[in-house]
Design a protein around this ligand. Structure first.
Ligand SMILES: NC(=O)c1ccc[n+]([C@@H]2O[C@H](COP(=O)([O-])OP(=O)(O)OC[C@H]3O[C@@H](n4cnc5c(N)ncnc54)[C@H](O)[C@@H]3O)[C@@H](O)[C@H]2O)c1
Ligand SMILES: N[C@@H](CCC=O)C(=O)O
Length: 515
């Protein structure tokens, strides 16, 4: 019998045995650095001349691996494979589909530290962040498999005498999975397996900076018994392969996670009906954020400062959920600001293979350049309290940076930076703080640090974000506990890791039989 779902525990690296296990994982990863990986189309491995090369962001010359790059012809071949495989996969019993996910979870759990070490090397994730990414991937596999089992026979509807009514969920068809680099295992795997366990077939286009971990995941799914053609692996350029697949008449749905701009481009293109297309494409889009921690005057101020620092600088602020601004009621502003600066100055930074480093790099040169240009903007808009410097000579290191006294309407306070930069501003009172917190076009995460119950209630009603936290930071949602997804320009509020996520990949069919 399937055991009840429980999230995968995080690894305690204070224990010697766990540290050794991680180092063994790192050795395994080092043994295969620089290898080539193929496309996988209908179970066939296809190598192309042109490659996407994945580098270590902490050591720009170290090649993590080289992945074959799909073009339009290969994308078309993959599409036809997925269309064909859908005819049989949709009829496979839900229990059998779920078993593939359970087995894949077990395989990843057994190779947990190897996967985490690969995330350290390929994405620049410090040990604890990499461990959380791997744990979340396991959680998605375990959770979505169980969710599918709960809806496999539909949900009850009413019947009348001599009439039998049913309400069942059936799969949609071929889905395009487009994933980001910042949770290169968890989000890539989660979005892929939710679609597959529902009975769909997919084309997976991972982010070009982190394709190796995706290639390894595809191998896991094969080992877990996934039939050929169900998961087709097509790394490639967003503009070429991405657009082609989004536009394709046989694409039934798109599951996208990434930036606002690319999400909106997909939204627009997917809404166009192309020749031969007989449906309106469905879009699941998880996009950016400009996430805020609000600090009330009645609050544990140490908790406020530690929450801001951890949420702003964990994985160098490269989480859609990261705290990129704090709005602090003026009575306690100076106290919180000073403590945030003190704590930030204590953070260690360097190569993430060294577990004493709290922070490492940003992902690549273009991210580095973009964040550094925002730092220059910040210097004109506010007061630089600490950080503000970068070094891209060996890897893409940017110091954790705090700006103070910002105008709530400034660019630093309103635009997603996606790096280790946090802006602080003063509010007159709690109502004003919530007003500022709602002043962006995003609505992903937020947190409120307060001991005032009326203010908690006000924030519950008025702080317009998909994931709102009280008296903690604003990152780190757990699958099945804090379903994750945002409002407004943060996406379609498709709550990943939530009880209705699988249904987004399905359509409901009513049947009514007269006796
Ligand atoms: N809301 C969430 O759950 C969530 C989670 C993680 C990341 N994000 C957001 O993702 C962003 C960072 O990730 P990123 O830099 O990888 O985002 P991105 O938008 O640059 O890329 C995301 C994916 O889209 C692909 N892509 C690019 N152009 C495309 C096109 N024209 N057609 C189809 N696909 C295309 C990329 O190759 C990549 O695979 C941030 O904005 C972050 O907030 C959101
Ligand atoms: N689900 C993650 C964020 C994912 C986006 O980057 C969190 O809750 O911190």
């Amino acid at each position: 019998m399937v055991q009840p779902y429980k999230h995968e525990p995080f690894t305690n690296f204070k224990e010697e045995a766990n540290r050794e296990a991680y180092l063994a994982g790192l050795k395994t990863v080092e043994s295969y650095l620089g290898q080539d990986y193929d496309l996988v189309i209908d179970g066939e491995r296809i190598s192309t001349e042109e490659k996407i090369v994945s580098y270590n962001p902490a050591n720009k010359t170290e090649v993590i691996g080289r992945v074959s790059k799909a073009n339009r012809d290969l994308a078309e071949k993959a599409m036809q494979a997925a269309v064909e495989a859908f005819k049989t996969w949709k009829k496979v019993k839900a229990e059998t589909r779920a078993d593939v996910l359970f087995k894949a979870a077990a395989i990843i759990r057994r190779r947990k530290h190897e996967f985490s070490a690969l995330l350290t090397k390929e994405a620049g994730k410090p040990w604890n962040e990499a461990d959380a990414d791997t744990a979340e991937a396991i959680d998605f596999l375990e959770y979505y498999a169980r969710q599918m089992l709960t809806i496999k026979d539909g949900v009850p509807v009413n019947s009348r005498p001599n009439e039998f009514n049913r309400y069942d969920y059936i799969p949609l068809g071929v889905g395009i999975i487009i994933s980001p680099w910042n949770f290169p295992l968890a989000i890539m795997a989660g979005t892929t397996v939710a679609a597959i366990v529902a009975g769909n077939t997919v084309l997976l286009k991972p982010a070009s900076t982190t394709p190796i971990v995706a290639a390894k995941f595809v191998e896991v799914m094969e080992e877990a018994g996934l039939p050929k053609g169900v998961l087709n692996f097509v790394p490639g350029s967003g503009a070429e392969v991405g657009d082609y697949l989004v536009d394709h008449k046989d694409t039934r749905f798109i599951s996208f996670t990434g930036s606002r701009d690319v999400g909106l481009r997909i939204f627009e293109r997917a809404s166009k009906v192309n020749e031969g297309q007989v449906w309106m494409k469905r879009l699941i889009a998880e996009m950016g954020g400009k996430d805020t921690i609000v600090v009330d005057k009645e609050a544990d101020l140490e908790l406020a400062a530690t929450s801001i620092v951890a949420s702003a600088f964990g994985f160098s602020g490269q989480k859609c959920s990261a705290c990129s601004r704090a709005v602090i009621v003026e009575d306690v502003y100076d106290q919180v600001l000073n403590r945030v600066v003190e704590l930030t100055n204590e953070l260690t930074q360097g190569d993430p293979v060294d577990p004493t480093n709290y922070m490492a790099t940003v992902i690549d040169q273009s991210a580095y350049d973009k964040i550094m240009s925002y730092i220059e903007i910040g210097k004109t808009e506010g007061k630089l309290m600490t950080g503000g410097e970068g070094d891209d000579s060996k890897g893409f290191f940017i110091k954790p940076t705090v700006f103070a006294d910002l105008d709530p309407e400034s660019r630093i306070m309103k635009e997603e930076i996606f790096g280790p930069v946090v802006g602080l501003t003063k509010a007159k009172d709690f109502d004003h703080a919530i007003e500022i917190a709602n002043n962006t076009e995003y609505g992903l995460t937020g947190a409120v640090i307060t001991t005032n119950r009326e203010h908690i209630q006000k924030a519950r009603e008025d702080f317009h974000v998909g994931n709102l936290y009280f008296n903690r930071g604003c990152t780190g949602a757990i699958v099945g506990y804090q379903p994750f997804g945002g409002f407004n320009m943060s996406g379609t509020d498709s709550k990943a890791g939530g009880p209705d996520y699988i249904q987004l990949h399905m359509q409901a069919k009513t049947t009514s039989e007269m006796y």
